[in-house]
Design a protein. Structure first.
Lengths: 113, 112
């Protein structure tokens, strides 16, 4: 979703349910994507990545889906736990020498007991 | 701890003062990045080093900002004549030839 000023999109899920976090990326030439988790007061932590020649990649309890046609990424978290509560960012890697990340708008995930 | 470290973790300064932050990347990571993050936003790229060479700078990096990586290991980011708009979290990240960037905990700057 889009973030407006300080208002992050939010997602609340019950503990044990699955979570789906969506992200729209900006550059059709981007060839690599990463999902990061950021807890309050900490730096972003790598969760999972995917290259543009893939549609899906699975990790431990997480799955990333890539739809290049509509420039959309999603992160699925299975059996969401309280420790999953954080802000989640998708990031795209632009082609070029610097390979710096461009971050999308974050989503605040809150896991309810 | 073999992750990226940053010092200080918090810095409060008065407008007009100079501040310097340090980043120690993961050992043997030749790429080092600085990002800035304001509340509610994702990190924004500032600058990038490959070894000791500063190869790219964002337009966000005004002439009051300077970054160095003199020996290709740790890096410093200096902000001169700080302004209230400089208040943000300054993040450092490092990587090798792979694309994954490992972030440090950040330095929270507050300019009064």
């Amino acid at each position: 979703g889009e973030s407006v000023g300080l208002h992050l999109p939010t997602l609340s899920v019950q503990e044990g349910d699955n979570s789906i976090i969506n992200c729209a990326y900006s550059n059709s030439a981007s060839d690599y994507f990463i999902w990061y988790k950021q807890e309050s007061g900490k730096g972003p932590q790598f969760i999972i990545d995917i290259r543009s020649n893939m549609d899906k990649r699975q990790g431990q309890r997480v799955t990333v889906l890539l739809n290049k046609t509509v420039k959309h990424l999603s992160l699925q978290i299975a059996a969401t736990q309280p420790g999953d509560s954080a802000v989640y960012f998708c990031a795209e890697l632009l082609p070029g020498s610097a390979r710096q990340l461009t971050f999308g708008s974050g989503t605040q995930l809150t896991v309810l007991p | 701890d073999t992750g990226v470290s940053q010092n200080p973790r918090h810095k409060i300064t008065k407008r007009g003062q100079n501040v310097t932050f340090r980043c120690d990347p993961i050992s043997e990571h030749n790429r080092l990045y600085w990002y800035r993050q304001t509340l509610g936003q994702g990190p924004e790229f500032l600058t990038y080093f490959q070894n000791e060479a500063q190869l790219e700078k964002s337009r966000l990096l005004s002439d009051r900002f300077s970054a160095e990586r003199p020996k290709g290991s740790f890096s410093t980011l200096e902000i001169q004549r700080t302004e209230q708009g400089d208040s943000a979290m300054y993040l450092c990240a490092s990587s090798t030839g792979t694309e994954i960037e490992f972030f440090g905990p950040g330095t929270r700057l507050t300019v009064l």
